[in-house]
Design a binder for this molecule. Structure first.
Ligand code: HEM
Ligand code: HEM
Ligand code: SF4
Ligand code: SF4
Length: 428
């Protein structure tokens, strides 16, 4: 292993400078310890910097038996220059919910990856997976065997299927969490293993779970089905703690802005005047909230976490259809269910999800995201297929154009008309 060949990489080497941890430094150190893949990768990167073009060939279809996804195949288009990365496949490994590890697991994973792969990883992929960066086709089945038999870990998703679900830290570490995000994420992952491993959909589909509307996994922007915690009852107020914020004993936003002098905390200016619905006020020394008008935006709770807490009647809001720009433009998710109870085994949610899939799997065009199906066939069709009742909370504003469709049974007399009857009353 000792005979590793370093390439001349002047441009890449410039990225060793500065105070931000340098990926070049890390990769090179790994390479000098005997991983030629690392040095070849930096060599090919240098070539790409020079040409301002990628040097990976198009596509690549590899995987493991039984599964239709989980591995992203990739081949260098300059394999004679960088033979150790002629194959450079990426393996997606399903991460534990919220990415809590113990060192024993990580050590075992690294031993396996040092042995069978490049030693390079991405912790983590944007969807959430542990990403094992760079190995050869012949190693895929042995890696899969080791992952399942020794690490107790399965592959994540790729392709036109359910991708690896992910969630925020939730109740493990956050006082705002209205959901057991980890249990929900794990339950969905286990329940829909088949949909995750064997692509059966028109296109990809993602779940993300955030415990509150701060949405720390960006579910509303990056998942076809976003599950976001909320509450139905009143914000819990500790008036003594409110006074401690006003008196300066407690720092606003838990000290998040302490690197600059914003002056003494002013509850009127920083909380009450910023409430988007204007539903807060001071009555003498008491902070009051008109909870009927509160949209649960989290602002006041974020500013005074020791004084304000979400209510106790918790559940989730379900939003659907988020996607990146291709083809029909970027979408944030749109509200489908304002409030749903989230108790294991989450049957109500699964019932909804399966209705969504029934519709989309049947009607979705090839490579049409769920959000685009809604755009094409309408929100009304979405409601009809999922059995949801239209409610005002589903729209930001009512439509402004008058191109309203009615179904024949909603209109007296239906659509069948005889022009002769019309002419009998109106001469041509
Ligand atoms: C008593 C006489 C008339 C009545 C009651 C009438 C009524 C209407 C109504 C209800 C609309 C639809 C408005 C909308 O979509 O918001 C309309 C549109 C229109 N009318 Fe009339 N109209 C009359 C006479 C006329 C005449 C004499 C002309 C032309 C010589 C005309 C040309 C148009 C045109 C071009 C539009 C389409 C406007 C658009 O799409 O923006 N109308 N009319
Ligand atoms: C070269 C001549 C004309 C052109 C290029 C033209 C073009 C158009 C176009 C593009 C529309 C909109 C269609 C839509 O988006 O739904 C329209 C609508 C309309 N045009 Fe014309 N038009 C012409 C002549 C006329 C004339 C001479 C009249 C009446 C005397 C007329 C009456 C209307 C009316 C009433 C509508 C509204 C139809 C509706 O809302 O369903 N147009 N026209
Ligand atoms: S989304 Fe809410 S509950 Fe989850 S970690 Fe962020 S603030 Fe906490
Ligand atoms: S959560 Fe938002 S809307 Fe509700 S009271 Fe606080 S600032 Fe106002």
């Amino acid at each position: 292993m000792a005979d590793v060949k370093k390439h001349n990489t002047p441009m890449v080497d410039e990225l060793k400078g500065g105070s931000w941890p340098s990926f070049v430094d890390d990769i090179e150190q790994k390479g000098l310890k005997g991983k030629q893949e690392c040095l070849d990768l930096l060599g090919q990167l240098e070539l790409s910097y020079e040409h301002k073009e990628t040097h990976w060939k198009h596509g690549g279809i590899v995987g493991v038996f039984g599964y239709g996804g989980g591995v992203i195949g990739r081949y260098s288009d300059v394999p004679e220059k960088f033979p150790s990365i002629a194959h450079f496949h990426t393996i997606r490994l399903n991460q534990p919910s919220s990415k809590f590890y113990n060192s024993d697991f990580l050590r075992k994973m690294c031993d396996m990856w040092d042995h069978r792969g490049s030693g390079m990883t991405n912790l983590h992929g944007s969807t959430g997976d542990i990403v094992l960066l760079g190995t050869k086709t012949d190693e895929l089945e042995p890696i899969f065997y080791d992952c399942t038999h020794q690490l107790g870990a399965d592959l994540g998703g790729s392709g036109s299927n359910l991708r690896t679900p992910s969630c925020c830290v939730g109740k493990a570490r956050c006082e705002y969490s209205c959901l057991d995000t980890q249990d929900i994420c794990n339950d969905l992952t286990q329940t829909y293993q088949d949909e995750l491993h064997r692509p059966a959909f028109p296109y990809k589909f993602k779940f993300k779970v955030s415990g509150c509307p701060n949405d720390c996994v960006a579910a509303i922007a990056r998942s076809d089905c976003a599950i976001i915690g909320t509450w139905k009852d009143d914000i819990r107020i500790d008036q003594a703690a409110v006074q401690a914020y006003i008196g300066g004993e407690l720092k606003p936003n838990a000290g998040a802005h302490s690197d600059r002098d914003w002056g003494p905390f002013d509850i009127q200016k920083e909380v009450i005047d910023l409430c988007p619905t204007n539903c807060m006020w001071m009555e003498g020394k008491e902070l009051k909230i008109d909870n009927r008008e509160c949209t649960r935006c989290m602002h006041c709770i974020n500013v005074m976490p020791a004084a304000l807490r979400p209510g106790v009647e918790t559940g989730a809001t379900i939003l659907v259809g988020a996607k990146a720009p291709i083809l029909e433009g970027a979408q944030l998710a749109t509200l489908a269910i304002p409030f749903i109870r989230m108790e294991s085994p989450y049957d109500e949610l699964k019932d909804f999800v399966e209705k969504v899939w029934d519709w989309w799997m049947e009607e979705g065009k090839n490579r049409e995201r769920f959000g685009e199906l809604i755009q094409r066939q309408s929100i009304q069709e979405f409601l009809r297929r999922t059995g949801l009742k239209p409610i005002p909370q589903m729209v930001k504003e009512p439509r402004s154009n008058p191109y309203v469709f009615w179904s024949a049974d909603e209109v007296e007399g239906g659509w069948e008309r005889d022009v002769k009857a019309f002419r009998a009353r109106h001469a041509a």
